[in-house]
Ligand binder design. Structure first.
Ligand code: ADP
Length: 272
């Protein structure tokens, strides 16, 4: 399988002295669905944001589709970033615009600035945007303002916009942290199905251990900026979980709404 991403001995020191990533190395192949887990402050967000150079790393190298990310700037960096779709916890939509226009923003990087400013999208892009909205069960909201949607619906638009980019890699930073369990299940199912179908590699930062166990083909566990586990969910033992979170599996599941408790019926998905 083709390797999309390589981390070679990556470290990150912030200016305030925090050593957020310590000698991180791993590869990601096409089609993998990877969850990054770890307690707050373990470095998940720093790791994810260094992939498309939203954060500059201090040491080591990151190769995205065989291109050294750190060495890119200007036009080359913009071109490289087109290969990476992003899905955010707080959706990052333009709320004054329609759902359709928000999805079309995914292809802004591929049209001229002039066309972008005047919303002169290609016919093929409009068709792709509509098809994506249909696939996400959102076509009836096409002309609604993004501000009028529920959290789960906003996130579906966020996914459509990211997939519209035709990315090789999708980065999702806590995509379900603001959602109720029913919407969270819808979003995780959609993320998994849509990336699987297109062979897009997906890296998801999650703080819900049960969700990571259920959906991932591979889990990377971070503790204080170091990788303490990298393997399939079946191999994530209670001992390793305690090492990552400094607490037991039972404590982590306790009081959390289990995504498996959500009945997967169409009504639920429609109002997500
Ligand atoms: P997580 O996503 O797992 O919560 P982060 O990557 O956000 O972890 O943070 C890792 C460490 O880096 C934490 O100690 C955090 O306080 C620190 N950190 C994150 N961003 C910055 C920043 N911009 N400046 C200084 N320290 C930061």
């Amino acid at each position: 399988m083709k390797t999309i991403l390589r981390f070679n001995n990556v470290s990150k020191h912030y200016d305030n002295g925090v050593h957020a990533l310590k000698n991180i190395s791993f590869n990601v192949a096409e089609g993998e669905f990877i969850s990054i887990i770890g307690p707050s402050g373990s470095g998940k967000s720093t790791l994810l944001r260094s992939i498309n150079k939203l954060i500059d790393i201090s040491e080591g190298s990151i190769y995205l589709d065989n291109v050294n990310v750190s060495a890119q700037k200007g036009k080359n960096l913009r071109q490289l970033r087109r290969k990476v779709g992003m899905v955010f916890q707080n959706y990052n939509l333009v709320y004054t615009l329609s759902v359709f226009q928000n999805v079309l923003h995914g292809c802004l990087g591929t049209i001229s600035g002039f066309r972008g400013i005047f919303g002169l999208y290609r016919e093929a892009d409009k068709i792709q945007a509509l098809e994506l909205l249909k696939e996400l069960g959102m076509e009836q909201f096409c002309y609604n303002k993004a501000s009028d949607l529920s959290g789960g619906q906003k996130q579906r638009v966020g996914i459509a916009r990211a997939v519209m980019q035709n990315p090789k890699l999708l980065l999702c930073d806590e995509p379900i942290a603001s959602l109720d369990p029913s919407s969270a299940k819808t979003i995780m199912d959609l993320l998994k199905n849509m990336t699987h179908k297109r062979r897009i590699a997906c890296i998801v930062n999650l703080h819900q251990l049960d969700v990571a166990l259920k959906y991932s083909t591979r889990i990377i566990g971070l503790s204080k900026g170091e990788i303490v586990f990298d393997g399939p969910p079946q191999q994530l033992s209670d001992t390793v979980i305690e090492r990552i979170y400094n607490t037991s599996r039972e404590n982590l599941m306790m009081g959390e709404n289990n995504i498996d408790d959500v009945e997967n019926n169409k009504d639920t998905a429609d109002c997500a």
